[in-house]
Ligand binder design. Structure first.
Ligand code: PLP
Length: 422
């Protein structure tokens, strides 16, 4: 249906025609393995090197900073687990195994606990920590919890305010003194997927570096939407996912400074500086390079129109549903992101009704595999459960027309009225 309106760009975008055109030659004609020494291999290796250079430049980095991966989730996992484990070892911190927390029914020897971390106070003072924010995507928070489960990391979640800004004083407190000396990594997002708030990453880097703690930034929602200056901001690691800026799905990268110790999670032939083994996806790397270039160009050309249409959309929503509350920072937010809570309905019901009228939005996090849980971000922001369940996100990658905004407002008014009058 041509008059459908797609308002779920934060979930994914269609692949751009420029990207398809650029990557196609590397699927069939220039198909070589970049590790091969023959002519087709060398052609592929040259394309990969050029893509790496262009992609890095698009994010304010250098080509040696890029580790190509399968997407945002893998990049976040590599940074969180890889850096935290490597630093734990170098810092002489001890994994704290808590035997008996879980049983598999198998008992050997005296069945007692094993490993280190049992000498009470001393073990606690050498327990590794990881500090994340309370509003991280599961790709970060679950990876951090994994460190907690397997190595006894203390996982600290720094609180946020009502607009999802990370509490910088609380972060400072969490890194002071001995706590900082046990902290392997700080991980925060650049832009929040659910409410669009842009976090003060440069300040966070400054605070963490003052305590000699590296910073990983989940920039999955930000890349291609707002400018990113990886080196200027002195970030240690930064994750992006290509399909959020018009590559095929399953492509991404971790930008990484070589000053940061890291343990690879995927072992093998040593590709990607030994950090991500496996034959590289040359066509995918070309896609990432072209897509970030196109997105950066669009950002320059369309920034004002994006912000103006977002603000008009927010005004239109508030006009037709005065009870709607904008979530996230009204200004320091992604240009194509509008999110609300709608008292008296569930976001899911609203989403389904709007979908029936040709408008695709999202309720809560798009990446939770269709699970309908209470969005944890909104709870962390201080909304109650009913409000959190009523969340609806509208996100777009190109400016909306006045006609599109009117149609969204009209449909929303109808959906909200139907659902609240039931
Ligand atoms: N981080 C954030 C902030 C996200 O929004 C997402 C997905 O939406 C991810 C990580 C995971 O990215 P992917 O699903 O591409 O692996």
């Amino acid at each position: 249906m041509s008059d459908e309106i797609y308002l779920d760009a934060s979930a994914t975008e269609p692949v751009s025609s420029g990207v398809i055109e650029a990557m196609t030659p590397f699927l069939a004609d220039a198909f070589g393995n970049p590790a091969s020494v023959h002519q087709p291999g060398r052609t592929a290796a040259r394309a990969l090197a050029a893509a790496r250079e262009a992609f890095a430049a698009g994010l304010g980095g250098k080509s040696g900073d890029v580790v190509f991966t399968s997407g945002g989730t893998e990049s976040d996992n590599l940074a969180i687990k890889g850096i935290a484990m490597a630093r734990m070892k170098r810092m002489g911190l001890c994994p704290a195994f808590h035997a008996g927390d879980e049983t598999d029914g198998y008992q050997s020897g005296d069945g007692g606990s094993h490993g280190v971390g049992e000498d009470g106070q001393d073990a606690e003072s050498r327990r590794p920590r990881i500090v994340i924010s309370a509003v991280e995507h599961p790709a970060v928070s679950q990876a951090a919890d994994w460190l907690g489960r397997w190595f006894g990391f203390e996982v600290v979640r720094v609180p946020v305010d009502r607009q999802a800004h990370i509490d910088l004083e609380a972060l400072e407190d969490e890194l002071a003194g001995r706590k900082g000396e046990r902290t392997t990594l700080v991980s925060v997002m650049l832009a929040n997927n659910e409410v669009g708030t842009i976090e003060p990453v440069s300040q966070i880097v400054e605070i963490a570096h003052a305590h000699h703690v590296p910073v990983h930034v989940d920039a999955v929602q930000a890349a291609g939407r707002i400018p990113i200056r990886f080196r200027d901001w002195d970030i240690d690691a930064l994750a992006v996912s290509g399909h959020k800026f018009a590559t095929p799905k399953g492509l991404g990268a971790l930008m990484l400074r070589n000053r940061v110790p890291i343990e690879p999670l995927i072992s093998g032939g040593g590709q990607e500086h030994g950090l991500r083994s496996g034959t590289q996806n040359v066509a995918g790397a070309v896609a990432l390079a072209v897509a970030i270039g196109e997105a950066n160009e669009r950002m320059r050309d369309e920034w004002d129109a994006m912000v103006a249409s977002r603000n008009k959309l927010i005004d239109a929503v508030r006009r037709v549903v005065p009870a709607a509350e904008l979530t996230g920072d009204p200004e320091a937010r992604l240009p194509g992101h509008a999110s609300f809570v709608f008292p008296g309905v569930t976001g899911e019901a609203l989403l389904v009704d709007l979908d029936a009228h040709g408008i695709s939005c999202s309720s809560g996090s798009a990446c939770a595999m269709g699970r309908h849980e209470v969005p944890p971000t909104l709870m962390a922001m201080g909304f109650d459960e009913d409000a959190a369940k009523s969340a609806l996100r509208m996100s777009f990658a190109r400016p909306l027309t006045g006609d599109q905004i009117d149609r969204v407002a009209y449909a929303l008014e109808g959906s909200y009225t139907r659902l609240t009058q039931r």
